[in-house]
Design a protein around this ligand. Sequence first.
Ligand SMILES: [Cu+2]
Length: 283
Amino acid sequence: MIEFLGKLSNHLGFPVMSSSHGQEIDYMNGWVHWLMLILFVGWGIFFMYTLIRFRSGANPKANYKGVTSHINQYAEYGVILIEAILLIGFAYPIWAKVKTSVPSVDNNTIEVRVVSQQFAWNIHYPGADGKFGDTSAELVDEETNPIGLDRNSPNAKDDITTINQLHLPVNKQAMIYLSSKDVIHSFSLPEMRVKQDAIPGMTIPVFFTPTMTSEEFLNVIKGTAREGMGYEISCAQLCGNSHYRMRGYMTIHESNGYENWLAEQAEELLEEEGDDWGDDDDW
Ligand SMILES: [Cu+2]
């Protein structure tokens, strides 16, 4: 029954749901909508009743005594009770499960740093060694090194960085360490049911497991207004005059597709490194 009520969320026009925890969040949304529907209808009926019951035709003289029954009071208590059940019985436990018990990181976890800034998402992968290189504010160069990665630090050699391109494998837990270079942004992946503020000075873990590849997603949205547009990262916090174009792209791969992408990036990195010695033409 409870699950059935939650399924109202299937009819609320939400984005396609593509993560392992998303169903529970959608159900919660369904339950809240039922409560709001009941309140809307209930108070609507009550409003109509008062309009008729206390119409001027039947009450030519004002009655200063008013209503003496306690039904309204009981109705109010009932609403408080249902809201308390929703909050304490459902919302808190789901939130605790989804959000506060940070899972441990193992070999199967994909760790990524996401550094937000006006108006882009900098994505930082640890590379083959699985360890992030050091970063420093002094090394930040908006053109060539927006996150200030220190390529000379021990673990930085193989680190991969992208701008606005987040790639993840399907069915593996992603652990994103979210931070901000300037103001508060909000890292929003609507299909993953993920939304987390990025706060300067803090590194916040964001974790989810994608359950649908980009290819499958593009198939699912065929024939809808979204057709042809893959997963996106949007900024959900008004963060400046170009907030509207702070948009990133997320690609969810099959696991070998992800490995291929990583290998490609590593290769490009090697080529770039080679460039430091000058082009062949220089010789
Ligand atoms: Cu932003």
